[in-house]
Design a protein around this ligand. Sequence first.
Ligand SMILES: Nc1ncnc2c1ncn2[C@@H]1O[C@H](COP(=O)(O)OP(=O)(O)O)[C@@H](O)[C@H]1O
Ligand SMILES: [Mg+2]
Length: 234
Amino acid sequence: MLRVEGLSASYGTVEILHDLDLHIGRGKVVGLVGANAAGKSTLMYSLAGLRTSCRGAITLEHERIEELPAYERVSKGLVLVPERRRLFPFMTVFENLEVGAYPAAARQVRAQTFESVFALLPVLAERRSQVAGSLSGGEQQMLAIGRALMAKPRVLLLDEPTEGLAPIYVKRVFDLIEDLRRTGLTILVVEQSVHHVLRVADHAYVMENGRIVMQGGGADLLKDERLKVAYLGL
Ligand SMILES: Nc1ncnc2c1ncn2[C@@H]1O[C@H](COP(=O)(O)OP(=O)(O)O)[C@@H](O)[C@H]1O
Ligand SMILES: [Mg+2]
């Protein structure tokens, strides 16, 4: 569904990502883990067409998209939920969701999408008239994901969706990922909770200093001694 070949990315003259290859199968949940500053968010922004300057190929289904601006990648179904959520705090829940449906195709089916997002995330229906900034951290994350779903993604990029959340919401985010997987959505998720993400991921990549240093099935990586020592602190 999403293939990345030879991707390098820079901020100005500083190269952060070096020659990455990744492959995300249709309907799969793929995890991306690695220490702070490894380049995980830089990869997510590069896929979304934001911030970085890149070399390499990004193929969404059968189409090359690396030259497309960010909004066109969204229209094609590649949608990022960025780290720290980036909601519009003074707009209501409903308005934040409305903004998510900006691609033309998504706008046409907005009413139905609202229904399915509210069914999936009932808390957003309950709080639809409340301003986003007044929600709890967990609710804000649900809203950030809901807003991304309003764009009708085929591939969802989640950058640290459980960062700073209470344990109850961490569980809810992972339950939601399972629910979304059942709808056929393809998901790439960056996570600090390595244990959690490896348990749900079909496949996972480990990043270090802008390179992929390990990959494998989630369950296999969970058992891997090197990963345990380097990232799990066991
Ligand atoms: N806007 C930016 N300009 C310059 N350097 C940046 C910028 N954003 C991140 N970096 C640098 O890129 C590296 C990777 O950062 P990041 O992708 O945020 O890592 P991670 O998400 O894995 O913690 C870090 O060394 C960071 O300081
Ligand atoms: Mg990050």
